[in-house]
Design a protein around this ligand. Structure first.
Ligand code: B1M
Length: 222
C-alpha cells in the first residue's frame, strides 16, 4: 500500500490530528491526519481511495481495540478528531459536483443516540458515490425525518443506531415513515442492527458497513 496511506492509518488510529498536536507522544513532530490527507491528495490519490483504504480501516482498528479494552473513550475521541481533520480535505471533492448527483440521501442517527462516527462515514461514502447527502446529525426525532422527507420527496432515508436501547426509536421512525411515505426506501445500519431486525421493523435494506450502503444505492438507480 502507498506509504502515505499507511501513515494516515497510523495517524487516525493513534489520534494524531495535526503536526503541532502533542498527542500521542510517540508521534511528536510527525505529520498528523490533517497534513497526510492533504499530501495524499497532492500526490494524486483519489479522495474515495483515501477514505476506503485509510480512514475506514483506521476507524475499524480503533473500534476493535476499544472492544478488546486496549484503548478507552478518550483515545477513541482523539481518533475521531483525527479522522475529521482528514475528512475536511476530502469533503470539498465529494461536494464539488464533479460527480453527477444520483439522488438525495437523508441520513441521521436516531433519537436518543449521540454516536455519529459510523453515520458520518456512511454519509461521506455515499456523497463520494455521487449522491446529495442531507445529514440531520445525531439524536434525530421522527418528526424531523418526516419533515425533511416531505421537503425532499423521493429521497432515500438512512437511519443509524449504535445502542440497543435506541434501536426501538429506529423502529418507531421506520414505522412513521412507512405510514406517511410508503414508497420511500429506508436503509438501516449501526453495530447492533441486523438484517433480521431490518426485516422485522419493515425497513428496505440493512448494511453492516458504508460500502454496502453505497452498493445498495448504486443498484437502486442502475
Ligand atoms: Co458509545 N457505546 N456510548 N460512545 N461507543 C458503544 C456503541 C458500545 C458498544 C461500547 C461498549 O460498551 N462496548 C456501547 C453500546 C452498548 C449497547 O447498546 N449494546 C456504548 C455505550 C453504552 C455508550 C454510552 C451509553 C456510555 C455511557 O454514557 N455510559 C453513551 C451513550 C450516549 C448516547 O448516544 N446517548 C456512549 C457515548 C459514546 C461517546 C460519546 C463517548 C462516543 C461517541 C462519539 C461519536 O460518535 N461522536 C462513543 C463511542 C466512540 C463508542 C464506541 C467506542 C465506538 C463507536 C464507533 O464510532 N465505532 C462503541 C464501541 C465499539 O464500537 N467498539 C461504543 C467506529 C464506527 C466506524 O463504527 O459506528 O459501528 P460504527 O459504524 C460502522 C457500522 O456500524 C456501519 O458503518 C460503520 C463503518 O463500518 N454503520 C452503518 C453505522 N451506521 C450505519 C448506517 C448505515 C449503514 C451502516 O445505513 C444507514
Amino acid at each position: 500500500m502507498n506509504g502515505l496511506l499507511e501513515k494516515l492509518i497510523e495517524a487516525v488510529e493513534f489520534g494524531k490530528v495535526d503536526k503541532k498536536s502533542p498527542y500521542p507522544p510517540q508521534l511528536m513532530n510527525h505529520d498528523g491526519a490533517d497534513e497526510l490527507a492533504k499530501k495524499a491528495l497532492e500526490k494524486g490519490i483519489r479522495p474515495d481511495e483515501i477514505l476506503e483504504n485509510a480512514l475506514v480501516p483506521a476507524m475499524s482498528k480503533v473500534g476493535d481495540k476499544f472492544t478488546r479494552k486496549e484503548i478507552y473513550v478518550p483515545q477513541m475521541l482523539m481518533a475521531a478528531k483525527a479522522m475529521n481533520a482528514a475528512m475536511m480535505h476530502l469533503k470539498p471533492f465529494f461536494q464539488s459536483g464533479h460527480t453527477k448527483r444520483k439522488g438525495k440521501f437523508i441520513i441521521g442517527t436516531v433519537s436518543g443516540d449521540l454516536h455519529d462516527i459510523g453515520k458520518n462515514l456512511v454519509a461521506m461514502m455515499v456523497e463520494g458515490g455521487g449522491w446529495e447527502v442531507i445529514d440531520l446529525g445525531v439524536d434525530v426525532e421522527t418528526e424531523k425525518f418526516l419533515k425533511v422527507l416531505e421537503e425532499n420527496p423521493g429521497a432515500v432515508v438512512a437511519l443509524s443506531a449504535l445502542l440497543t436501547t435506541t434501536m426501538e426509536n429506529m423502529k418507531q421512525t421506520v414505522t412513521a415513515i412507512r405510514d406517511k411515505h410508503r414508497e420511500s426506501k429506508i436503509l438501516v445500519g449501526g453495530a447492533p442492527v441486523t438484517k433480521e431486525y431490518c426485516e422485522k421493523i419493515g425497513a428496505d435494506f440493512y448494511s453492516p458497513d458504508p460500502q454496502g450502503a453505497v452498493n445498495y444505492l448504486k443498484a437502486l438507480v442502475s
